[in-house]
Design a protein around this ligand. Sequence first.
Ligand code: FE2
Ligand code: FE2
Length: 219
Amino acid sequence: MGLVASYGGKALESAMLNHEIEHTQRELLLKLGEVCESRSKDTGQHVRRMAEYSYVLALKIGLPQEDADLLKMVSPMHDVGKVSILNKPGKLTDEDFVLMKLHTDVGHDIFKSSKGRVMSTAAVVAWQHHEKWNGQGYPRGIAGEQIHIFARITAVADVFDALASERVYKRAWDIDKVMKLFEDERGRHLDPQMVDALVACLPEILEIRDQLNDPPGRF
Ligand SMILES: [Fe+2]
Ligand SMILES: [Fe+2]
């Protein structure tokens, strides 16, 4: 009896430790994501919205809870590579744009040597989130299901947030205009399945957007 109780105690202790580690990991990734975004033109709220949008979409397409949790943890890191690329106000020149595209490879390089599940997933998402379903994206021009499913989800979340939330340099688009773009890009830039998932859970997505909005008065 005593032995069982002691095993039970150990299991509980280790479950609590795992929970604590995962919580810390999630917080660290979110903070790191915020730091990177603060160097770019986006905001800390962008990475928080990315975490939530990706999570909702992952569950909507039927990924297991464990995968949805993992994606929620890593999607805020999608632009981590920008940390060493770009910190420049105003319009980008063609040359800047070529350089900026490198943030995908840089992000991949930052995480790729890590063997753990979280970091290696972060490496893939950072690397592939600008690939397009039709193969016209970057850095490698891979297409369809060659693109990791997490990166296909992150791409939808990222495009949605770029259009549907206010940025330093632009106002939010009207939601009808946003959804028209998704209709047009379904099967071109974006995986049709992910676009359908976005349409299906739009009310939930809009609620997240409105809860995690950016401070007003930025214009
Ligand atoms: Fe990016
Ligand atoms: Fe982004």
